[in-house]
Design a protein around this ligand. Sequence first.
Ligand SMILES: *Cc1c(COP(=O)(O)O)cnc(C)c1O
Length: 327
Amino acid sequence: MVLADIFCAQRAIRDVAARTPLVKAHGTAGSVDVFLKLEICQPTGAFKIRGAANAVATMTVKQRKAGIICCSTGNHGRAVAYVAAKNGIASTVCVSSLVPQNKVAEISRLGAQVVREGKSQDDAQLNADSIAARTGATPIPPFDHEAVIAGQATIAIELLEEHPDIGEILVPLSGGGLAGGIAFAAKTINPGIRVVGVSMERGAAMHESLLRGRPVEVAEVPTLADSLGGGIGMENKFTFDLCRRYLDATILVSEAEIYAAMRSLFWAEKIVAEGSGAAAYAALNSGKVKPSRTAVAIVSGANVDMDVFSRIVLGEPVTIGDLVVGA
Ligand SMILES: *Cc1c(COP(=O)(O)O)cnc(C)c1O
């Protein structure tokens, strides 16, 4: 990947994905300015529309006829369904049974055929592979794909166009398409920028893989950051390497810190974020990361179950698997 791929992506996705607002956070105390990049303002409520739109833009007419397929914890599936409908092509989305019902319903509403089977993201992936082999549909993976990564990386270009003096970028991290793409683009433009990936303590596959020096599997457990669940793929082609080369650090936030971040984004900033969307902000809000230069937290998605969200806003306890948070 070269920087020009990301500028091409920026052009390719401009009619489908939004150029999202970058707003100053009022609530975060400290000596430096903190900005929030509001990917919650995408038409699908999360940044994944960027990668999906760019991947579809590279497809031939013949490929478009056979449709597209993906597996997803929700937001990627939503993006694929939306982008497919916009381009008049058929889509199939495979999800695991861990994926919340609100996300499944939204994906079907956007026009995709949803296949909900298996206990993990990896099961959903195997399912998608076999359907793709049978139907000839083009798979659009959620992160480990060059056009997808270039699409997500357009966020870095937008940030730096608006604030060329940004010193630190905090990015929610799961498969690493978002963090790897942003880190590559930002560091290629300015090697002095610090880019930090933020994952939840429970099931942080990329963090674990970077520690061990190779892709490893981690147990998938329920978390408020459900969009950050799932492995990085044992055959990872791009994102592991990008994250290893370009991320300065990865840090982990607890369920309680994610809960507190969602609350504080709502009350202090009037922003609705899902757990994964609040993860990067949680690193600042908890004091785990203390930036010394202008910092940006990517607020990556808004697609939260509203029952859970309203409990969190009101400070009521929520049950996450075997854990109760907010009590
Ligand atoms: C997918 C997703 C992420 C993580 O992106 P990766 O490219 O898998 O690291 C973060 N936040 C939200 C809301 C997501 O949907």
